[in-house]
Design a protein around this ligand. Structure first.
Ligand code: FAD
Ligand code: SF4
Ligand code: SF4
Length: 488
């Protein structure tokens, strides 16, 4: 093993510089700066090159982490990039948005005594450097194939499949109802976590490599699933999950109570230079308002931090469990707190109050009536169930309320006019886990529409693995067609 490694004993863990909260709340730019070359090499050199690398095992795409850390420590960055991009089509995105504390870094063996290797930041550094140096280039398949694949959804799942299939020479067509490529990487995740140019430059690379995008194309409206099956030799469903879970409480019909995606999409569109009437007239803009966000996941964290940046008067997050039991990443909670967000733990909304204080009234919301919660016995998943504390109601002033309670799948069999497509009782698409094929011959599914709301890196993994399975399927299909042609 090289002497360059194993520096965790002498070199302390360092993250890239985080911009000061005072400064960063005034813009939507990313909050972490890039590692300088020397820092990246030093941090990579902290890795102890484990024989059984738990970081790699717990990375959903099984990145060759110790190997590219070693190459980085040795300054062999082009090779590091080659290796990291072999397993991950969006390494610079994952380096930014993976909850590393729960995945690779949380399982780094030096985590306990010395604090883990900063794997995500090094991954981002390697790939950003590769872009800066011009090492990331459009690819040309070794051979062109006649067979085509139609992919519904240009999020990370669909794009990961598109990249792999195009590299193998298939004619790849990606259909998306949005006007831009990237799915939630564009319209969900805010700029301060992932600047949009990072996604756009990959989208352009795919286009330059021959992937054909059909944007503003909604399957269900512009074509049925059957139409696409007719047009292509295989179809991939990668549509994500978008149906917002709702809150049925008195006063829920008051004005200025929005689902998280309505609010975040408007903000992301403004960042992209689009005109959004509801933002311009102040409806979807938190400036000078008291904002209450309900929920404790990463989407809620994105909403509170967006509201801070829009110049809200106050931003509060209501969550029914406590800090230790929230689903959102601890790193994101800490960032939100630094930026001035107030968390009200163990609190759940009971009703929304209008200006006249009657919960059922019409007009604008003025407050959330909340109740204190305590954690009771564990439920079937092992999590302690929150239960209301009697007589503990309190009011939280609110000019805007944002509901970030999670997402469910849309009713795809109805939407796609394909009642024969099998879904689970949660509405996610049923697949054979070995092949990613649905119950319909030649129709595959990946990402959130199979797993339920998940992570970018899991969608990438699904898309990548499904591409291998689609390749086997299409080769077998081509072979069978050839045999039939010879026989006739
Ligand atoms: P999506 O990214 O949702 O892409 C699906 C695409 O399908 C969309 O472009 C959509 O327009 C298109 N589509 C849907 N229906 C149709 C149709 N009928 N016809 C044509 N096109 C259609 N994950 C992380 O790892 N880190 C984070 O920090 C993080 N932050 C998040 C923040 C927010 C606000 C949200 C909502 C999610 C976040 N996630 C995060 C989760 C992550 O974005 C998703 O798990 C991931 O994008 C799923 O990828 P996907 O390809 O399955 O679906
Ligand atoms: Fe860690 Fe995500 Fe990168 Fe895997 S893809 S190494 S989990 S940051
Ligand atoms: Fe290096 Fe940590 Fe991975 Fe071990 S677990 S190989 S120390 S990054």
């Amino acid at each position: 093993m090289t002497e360059k490694m194993l520096k965790f004993v002498t070199v302390e863990q360092r993250m890239p510089t985080k911009r000061d909260a005072e400064a960063r709340v005034h813009d939507f730019n990313e909050i972490y700066e890039q590692f300088a070359d020397r820092e990246a090499r030093e941090q990579a050199a902290r890795c102890s090159q484990c024989g059984i690398p738990f970081c790699q095992i717990h990375c959903p795409v099984h990145n060759h982490i110790p190997d590219w850390l070693k190459l980085t420590a040795e300054g062999r960055l082009e090779e590091a990039y080659e290796l990291s991009s072999a397993t991950n089509v969006f390494p610079e995105v994952c380096g930014r948005v993976c909850p590393q504390d729960r995945l690779c870094e949380g399982n780094c063996v030096i985590e306990h005594d010395f604090r883990s290797v900063t794997i995500g930041s090094v991954e981002r550094y390697i790939t950003d450097t590769a872009w800066d140096k011009g090492w990331v280039k459009p690819f040309t398949p070794r051979m062109e194939r006649d067979q085509s694949v139609g992919i519904i959804g240009a999020g990370p799942g669909g794009l990961a499949a598109a990249e792999r299939l195009r590299r193998k020479g298939y004619q790849v067509h990606v259909y998306d109802r949005y006007d831009r490529v990237g799915g939630l990487m564009i319209y969900g995740i805010p700029n301060f976590k992932l600047e949009k140019e990072i996604v756009n430059r990959r989208a352009k690379l795919f286009e330059d490599s021959g992937v054909v995008f059909h944007l503003n194309f909604e399957v269900g409206r512009d074509a049925t699933l059957a139409d696409l099956r007719e047009r292509h030799d295989a179809v991939v469903i990668a549509t994500g999950v978008y149906k917002a879970r709702d809150l049925h409480a008195p006063g829920a019909g008051l004005n200025n109570i929005f689902p998280a995606m309505t609010y975040l999409t408007a903000s992301n569109r403004i960042g992209l230079g689009d005109r959004v009437a509801e933002y311009e007239d102040g409806t979807l803009n938190a400036r000078d308002k008291h904002v209450v966000v309900i929920g404790g996941g990463d989407t809620a964290m994105d909403c509170v931090r967006t509201a801070v940046r829009q110049g809200a008067k106050s931003v509060k997050c209501l969550y029914r469990r406590d800090r230790e039991n929230m689903p959102g990443s601890m790193r994101e909670v800490a960032n939100a707190e630094e930026e001035g967000v107030e968390f009200i733990w163990l609190a759940a909304p009971q009703a929304f109050l209008g200006e006249d204080e009657t919960s059922e009234g019409a007009g604008d919301v003025a407050a959330v009536l909340a109740t204190r919660m305590r954690l009771g016995a564990p439920d079937s998943t092992g999590r302690r169930s929150p239960e209301p504390v009697p007589g503990s109601q309190f009011k939280v002033e609110a000019d805007i309320v944002i509901k970030a309670l999670g997402f469910d799948p849309e009713d795809l069999p109805v939407l796609f006019n394909a009642p024969e497509l099998e879904v689970t009782r949660w509405g996610t698409v049923k697949v054979d886990y070995k092949t990613a094929m649905t119950n319909l011959e030649g129709v595959f599914a990946v990402g959130d529409i199979v797993r339920g709301a998940s992570l970018v890196v899991w969608a990438i993994r699904d898309g990548r693995d499904a591409a291998e399975s689609i390749h086997s399927y299409l080769q077998a299909k081509a072979g069978a067609e050839q045999t039939a042609a010879v026989a006739s």
